[in-house]
Design a protein around this ligand. Structure first.
Ligand code: NAD
Ligand code: DAU
Length: 349
């Protein structure tokens, strides 16, 4: 199968490419990625020399480029990962999320329609359902209720993708996964940020009371779910992909501290994220029933493998945690600490 993968230099896209080329000798992949701050060709070093892999440096918003790639390579399917994927960045600066997640997805859909691509898999997120009070669980028909510019842009792109199925019969499928973790994740997200900070004895910034619930999915389980939907999903359908392991953030952080042998005194409460979703919860009954997919990696084992990877790849961590990352870190976390101090000084909390 010949695929165009977008955003394949990021965390999940690169895992998908490594896994696919490593396990299926029939797969050929063309990876289109603009190498934003989150794109890193080091993530693809294991497949760089593979004759079934090729990289194109470019933007999914560039219609001429996307059209010419589809025309020249005639992929059987597009697997669309490329996105501005971080909630906090979308709060500071919403426009990149709207540009890539909405206009970029539109550009790809339009090119796929013109070039009559046989399958368009749009990778989305459980964040489109918004925060759910217990005991609610979102199935694929649950109303969309996004809270952040990031999740609103993903919800918009899901609807756009669906409209291309309903209007033009483009064979679109949408997947909505829960929080991923694993090797090569950019250390702006909870688990890699806490692991890399703990390993270097820095403080671990917890937003608010740390009791927000996320459902954790090992990245390779997500990639296997994407393959299951690519092969067996029905055109026009949406498939949730959850990890079936809901944990409060503080519990995850304590597990990381215990596994790295670091003290709980590293935990530092900081100002909460505006519009912070309290709880995500997903039903993955449909993908299990229709494709037989199940998550295979237990959280304890996946976390241990992830921590081990960050310990063994200190060079990768060192290179990623420089330049732009340091500026982002200062902007996000210094302000949060200052804001929390001002609230506390005023007797607010
Ligand atoms: P990431 O931020 O690690 O990687 C995003 C990749 O997209 C980067 O390589 C970046 O260079 C590329 N990119 C960004 N803008 C681009 C553009 N305009 N043109 C071409 N390439 C561009 O993201 P991730 O965590 O790997 O997420 C991948 C996808 O999965 C996203 O669509 C995200 O919404 C979705 N998702 C993520 C999670 C999660 O927990 N990380 C969970 C569910 C769904
Ligand atoms: O649910 C799927 C989504 O998961 C994906 O669509 C997004 O791309 C991905 O970024 C992720 O979004 P979250 O906002 O849930 O992930 P994040 O890692 O940013 O935060 C997870 C939880 O941890 C959330 O409740 C906020 C909290 N947090 C996060 C950071 C970075 C902290 O308490 N401190 C932090 O420093």
């Amino acid at each position: 199968m010949k695929l165009l993968v977008t955003g394949g230099a990021g965390f999940i896209g690169s895992a998908f490419i490594r896994l696919s080329l490593g396990t299926d000798p029939e797969v050929e992949i063309l990876n289109l990625d603009k190498l934003s701050y989150a794109g890193n060709l080091e993530n693809l070093e294991p497949v760089r020399q593979n004759p079934r892999y090729a990289f194109v440096h470019g933007d999914i918003c560039d219609a001429a480029l996307v059209n010419s790639l589809l025309e020249k390579h005639r992929p059987e399917a597009i697997v669309h990962f490329a996105a501005e994927s971080h909630v906090d960045r979308s709060i500071f600066s919403p426009s990149p999320a709207f540009e890539t997640n909405l206009r970029g997805t539109f550009t790809l859909l339009e090119a796929a329609r013109i070039q009559r691509i046989g399958r368009f898999l749009h990778v989305s997120t459980d964040e489109v359902y918004g925060s759910l009070a217990p005991p609610l669980e979102a199935d694929e028909n649950f109303p969309l209720n996004p809270s952040s510019p990031y999740s609103a842009s993903k919800a918009g792109s899901d609807l756009l993708a669906r409209s291309y199925f309903l209007t033009y019969h483009l064979p679109v499928v949408v997947t909505r996964a829960s929080n991923n973790y694993g090797p090569y994740q950019f250390p702006e997200k909870l688990i890699p940020l806490m692991i890399t900070n703990a390993l270097s004895d820095r403080s671990l910034p917890v937003y608010g009371d740390g009791m927000q619930l996320r459902d954790w999915l090992y990245v390779e389980d997500h990639c296997r779910g994407i393959w299951a939907v690519l092969k067996k999903g029905r055109d026009g359908e949406i498939y949730n992909i959850g990890g079936n392991r809901s944990l409060p953030n503080l519990e995850v952080i304590r597990m990381i501290l215990a596994a790295t042998g670091k003290p709980e005194s590293l935990i530092q409460t900081v100002q909460d994220r505006p519009g912070h979703d309290r709880r995500y919860a997903l039903s993955s009954e449909k993908i299990a029933r229709e494709t037989g997919w199940q998550p295979l990696v237990r959280f304890e084992g996946g976390l241990a493998k992830t921590i081990d990877w960050y310990q063994r790849n200190s060079g990768w961590v060192h290179r990623v945690r420089s330049g732009e990352y340091l500026k982002y870190y200062a902007q996000n976390y210094e302000n949060r600490q200052a804001e929390l101090r001002s609230v506390t000084d005023a007797g607010g909390r």
